[in-house]
Design a protein around this ligand. Structure first.
Ligand SMILES: Cc1cc2nc3c(=O)[nH]c(=O)nc-3n(C[C@H](O)[C@H](O)[C@H](O)COP(=O)(O)OP(=O)(O)OC[C@H]3O[C@@H](n4cnc5c(N)ncnc54)[C@H](O)[C@@H]3O)c2cc1C
Length: 460
């Protein structure tokens, strides 16, 4: 780096003005990281208000050789936005929703727009972004794109990648690549937008997003059900999809370990069902008309009881009922409060392999760390499990090995939806082959030859 933070801040102030640059305690108070926040770590936070200002910040930093870490809402869970020794480039002043077009079903917005604001704008036009997650009040569109976020609706609407029609991106040297497209059909060469989706701020700064929306379903119905076996969990999903013409929009499975801890032990909820079942499924279905959707879904659930897939159930009849059910599934603070966040994993594998994998993991943990606690929940329909382990905090490397080592043979992934960031960098090789990593490095080298964008994320 040429010049220290004070010199860099002074140069950036010439580009962005005082309002566009934070230093000292204004920068030091910034945190990132969700339930257990850590300091952002940047001495300088640049806050451009337009794409051309982003371009000038990157041109200046590139010239000076100063590393730049793009910063969205700071809710990422793999340490991708920590910015020690770098300029944090925050998109927080770029919050304009430029267009919501119901005919083409597209929303075009700045990357700094918060997910919830985009959801509300889309809803106002009868559209649905098709993406939702617990951090909706802070996560930004640019952050969602950079991490290829998943969330609760993937089973019906796909990951962020499936929602992106086009992106405007600024490269490390300040070049603006305007790839905003509104068309689903556009086969004119490489899919450049897709290259930046999931690139975690290592290839460019996303400044504007064309987001593919879905028609907004007139009604959703929600139920929490007790399920007697893992086979029944799998059979229930298939039966629900058949009974509802494939409109299941959430299928969140909580193992008893999770339900016990969050719904009962934490004392933070009124348990809607007794804690005597091995599995609980929080499921949601979209309906084409709002009249009696709850009653129609209750009928479907009764049929699932008759078929033996479900032993007990509660169907939400009001918005408050629905919120209370989701509050259990989303209560990560209760989980973190009890077990800490140090040994929390976001993995994926074929559904058929899950039961055996978890049984083996439980046995291995009990043998090596007797008394440790294995708590599991996840977006099962997407093959995605969130596994949290309480107890052997001091033995993270060994626990990583127990969790990750079997995944390759199962065709699974060490990161289902949170990305690699800095936290999982050492494990990338478990999910990507050497030739794949070599291609990724070539792309990085081509777009960011001096390695100023988010160094230390994905690769050393
Ligand atoms: C309570 C909670 C629930 C969550 N649930 C889910 C879930 O269900 N599914 C899921 O996938 N994730 C989930 N997450 C993780 C997180 O919300 C997502 O990773 C989200 O996409 C991060 O967005 P952000 O704006 O906060 O990005 P940040 O945390 O600010 O950044 C994340 C990464 O993206 C890069 N980045 C940010 N903005 C840009 C940009 N404009 N251009 C280029 N790079 C950029 C950063 O450098 C960093 O590497 C959850 C987090 C919390 C706290």
């Amino acid at each position: 780096m040429t010049g220290g933070p004070t010199e860099v801040a002074a140069i950036l102030r010439q580009v962005l003005g005082d309002v566009g640059v934070l230093t000292g305690s204004d920068a030091a108070v910034r945190t990132v990281g969700g339930a257990e926040p850590v300091p952002l770590g940047a001495d300088v936070v640049a806050r451009p208000a337009s794409t051309s200002e982003v371009s000038r910040v990157l041109a200046v930093c590139s010239e000076l050789g100063v590393p730049v870490v793009p910063l969205g809402g700071g809710t990422g869970l793999v340490g991708g936005a920590t910015a020690h020794g770098a300029v944090a480039l925050s998109l927080e002043r770029m919050r304009t929703i430029h267009e919501v077009d119901p005919a083409d079903r597209v929303l075009v917005a700045d990357a700094g727009v918060v997910l919830e604001a985009a959801q509300e704008a889309a809803a106002g036009a009868g559209l649905d972004l098709g993406l939702d997650l617990g951090a909706r009040g802070s996560a930004q569109l640019g952050g969602l794109v950079a991490t290829n976020a998943g969330g609760n609706g993937v089973i019906r609407h796909g990951m962020t990648r499936q929602r992106i029609l086009g992106l405007e991106v600024v490269l490390a040297d300040g070049t603006v690549v305007d790839g905003i497209r509104r068309m689903v059909k556009d086969n004119t060469g490489y899919d450049l937008a897709s290259l930046f989706v999931g690139s975690e701020g290592t290839l460019g700064v996303v400044t504007r997003v064309a987001w593919r929306c879905s028609p907004r379903a007139p009604a959703k119905a929600t139920a929490l059900v007790s399920v007697p076996t893992f086979d029944a969990v799998v059979a229930l999903l298939a039966a629900l999809q058949t009974a509802t013409a494939g409109t299941v929009s959430a299928y969140e499975v909580m193992w008893r370990s999770f339900y016990d801890l969050v719904a009962v032990e934490s004392g933070r909820h009124r348990p809607p069902l007794p804690a005597d079942s091995p599995f609980y499924v929080l499921t949601e279905v979209e309906f084409g008309s709002s009249s009696d959707a709850g009653e129609r879904f209750a009928e479907v659930v009764r049929a699932m009881v008759d078929a033996g897939h479900v032993t007990d159930a509660v169907v939400a009849h009001t918005a408050a009922d629905r919120e209370a059910l989701w509050a259990i599934r989303d209560d990560i603070p209760a989980l973190v409060g009890a077990l800490g966040i140090r040994l929390a994993y976001d993995i994926s594998m074929p559904i058929a392999t899950m039961e055996g994998y978890l049984s083996d993991l439980g046995e291995a943990l009990e043998e090596r760390f007797p008394g440790s606690r294995l708590v599991v929940f996840g977006h099962l329909g997407d093959g995605n499990l969130h596994v949290t382990i309480g107890g052997p905090d001091e033995h993270a490397d060994e626990v990583d090995e127990l969790v990750y080592a079997p995944l390759a043979a199962l065709g699974g992934s060490i990161s289902a939806e949170h990305g690699i960031g800095r936290v999982k960098r050492a494990h990338l090789r478990r999910s990507r082959s050497d030739p794949e990593i070599a291609v990724m490095r070539s792309i990085k080298q081509a777009l960011d030859p001096h390695g100023i964008l988010n160094p230390g994320v994905l690769f050393d």
